[in-house]
Design a protein. Structure first.
Length: 151
């Protein structure tokens, strides 16, 4: 079952159950997916893939994390709680992220296998990681980790 289908089914369940905590966020997700589908119509692509939807969801989580930082600084607890709730709902449709220990082990293995010796080789390491672990790694953390490992 595609991610889009899962999201639409969850939205229908939330609407039928009158779950006012969930369906507004799911509507935002569906809207973002439809926007991307419309944008892709101008290209020769038909539809939208699960990897495209995953990218959209990651972008939505990133936006909400940025909002959380602003709300923390401003002392707006009710808005912060709402953003955190939305992040939780969005993350249910994202692939499970690897733990810090697992991420470090994967990075070390790729550095060894690629023969990377200095920070100049970081691009080579990142391209291998993106090709093999695009959905399961948080690349904002990975880039910092690789910089530390290649010093």
């Amino acid at each position: 079952m595609s991610i889009k289908t899962q999201i639409e089914e969850k939205l229908n369940q939330a609407l039928k159950g009158k779950d006012k905590n969930t369906y507004p966020t799911l509507r935002l997700i569906v809207s973002a997916i439809k926007d991307a589908e419309i944008a892709n119509r101008t290209k020769e692509k038909k539809g939208i893939s699960d990897s495209d939807i995953t990218a959209i969801l990651k972008k939505m989580v990133k936006q909400r994390n940025e909002s959380c930082e602003v709300y923390k600084k401003a002392g707006r607890k009710e808005l912060l709680d709402n953003e955190l709730k939305e992040i939780g709902i969005i993350q249910t449709f994202l692939p499970k992220q690897l733990s810090d220990e697992e991420t470090k082990k994967i990075c070390e293995d790729v550095i060894k296998s690629s023969g990377a010796e200095s920070i100049k080789d970081m691009g080579k390491v990142m391209s291998v990681l993106k090709s093999k672990h695009a959905d399961s790694l948080d690349f904002s953390k990975v880039s910092l980790l690789i910089k530390d490992l290649l010093k």
